[in-house]
Design a binder for this molecule. Structure first.
Ligand code: SAM
Length: 292
């Protein structure tokens, strides 16, 4: 029985055997902390009925742990050089498919049809490439396919932003847009010593599940991201000023903005971080109705 890929010695041996140089530009920091990977798999509650999509398998450390619990694993890796490595490190597992694919241009629905036919629950579990964490989260949340659970590792600061509540420094557009769609939990903290090479920052694992909170209905989700991002554009500016930068500074627009805020009983001098998700929804709907 070979030691797990995630053990420091095996990782070192694989890296040396293939003479791999880590590509910083692709966010290549490989996990060498087996206990932590097992905790991540436990957080995702992977069982025999679950199919898992992994983004960026690297040399297969997490992929291997997933394959031991899941029905099937579909792993998408952009770096061509890692394909022969993965073919060897994961050769003993019959339930893994590895594709050379950039996640951000993937047609997930088609890939799922092709590689995970007859699926029940599909979960995403990944140690993300940090340079594209937010684009990947947004991409996953826009998918027409049901991803029941998403468990992803990222830079600690980004994880804190995702999980942040109003009236805190970390609360921003990302918190609002993600929490509107999913329940967000900060599941694990991960020291930078868990990786080879060591990144400069600590990491954390976020778990996204079906939203449990009920919000007012939204007229347009495009308008919602525009308004939320616009409100947080200059965090130090108040809501009125940010909304004027977003919607226009002519007198009629200014009046309409003030009237909308008054209807919602929101002070024009409020800071964006003071608004709850429901307030952002009501504000978006009213601005839409007022053609702003
Ligand atoms: N899963 C491995 C682990 O935990 O040790 C590696 C994680 S490493 C932080 C991120 C991985 O994502 C790298 O293998 C990198 O090549 C891959 N990657 C980077 N950009 C990607 C993209 N756009 N699509 C798919 N994979 C990508």
């Amino acid at each position: 029985q070979k030691p797990a890929i995630a053990t420091p010695l095996r990782t070192k041996a694989i890296v040396e055997a293939y003479n791999l140089n880590f590509k910083k530009s692709l966010g290549q920091n490989f996990l060498t902390n087996l206990a932590l990977l097992q905790k991540m798999v436990a957080v995702a509650e992977i069982g025999q009925d679950d199919d898992v999509i992994e983004i960026g398998p690297g040399i297969g450390a997490l992929t291997e742990q997933l394959a031991q619990k899941a029905r099937r694993v579909l792993a998408l890796e952009v770096d061509q050089r890692l394909l022969p490595v993965l073919a060897e490190t994961l050769a003993d597992y019959q339930n893994i498919t590895i594709l050379q694919q950039d996640i951000l241009t993937a047609n997930l629905a088609e890939l799922i049809d092709q590689y995970l036919p007859g699926h029940q629950q599909i979960k995403v579990v990944a140690n993300l490439p940090y340079y594209i964490t937010s684009p990947i989260i947004k991409f996953l949340l826009q998918q027409p396919v049901a991803l029941s659970v998403i468990v992803v590792m990222m830079q600690k600061e980004v994880a804190e932003r995702l999980a942040a509540v109003p009236q805190t420094k970390a609360y921003g557009a990302l918190s609002v847009l993600v929490q509107h769609q999913r329940k967000v939990e900060l599941a694990l903290k991960v020291p930078k010593t868990s990786f080879v090479p060591q990144p400069k920052v600590d990491s954390a694992v976020i778990k996204l599940t079906q939203a449990t909170q009920v919000y007012p209905p939204l007229l347009s989700s495009t308008a919602f991201s525009r308004v939320v991002q616009g409100c947080f554009l200059h965090r130090r500016k108040n809501l009125k000023n940010n909304l004027q930068s977003l919607c226009g500074k002519d007198e009629t627009t200014k009046m309409k903005i003030l009237a909308s805020l008054e209807t919602l009983q929101i002070l024009p001098t409020s800071r964006p971080e003071e608004l709850t998700i429901s307030q952002f929804i009501n504000l978006t709907n009213l601005l839409e109705k007022n053609n702003l």
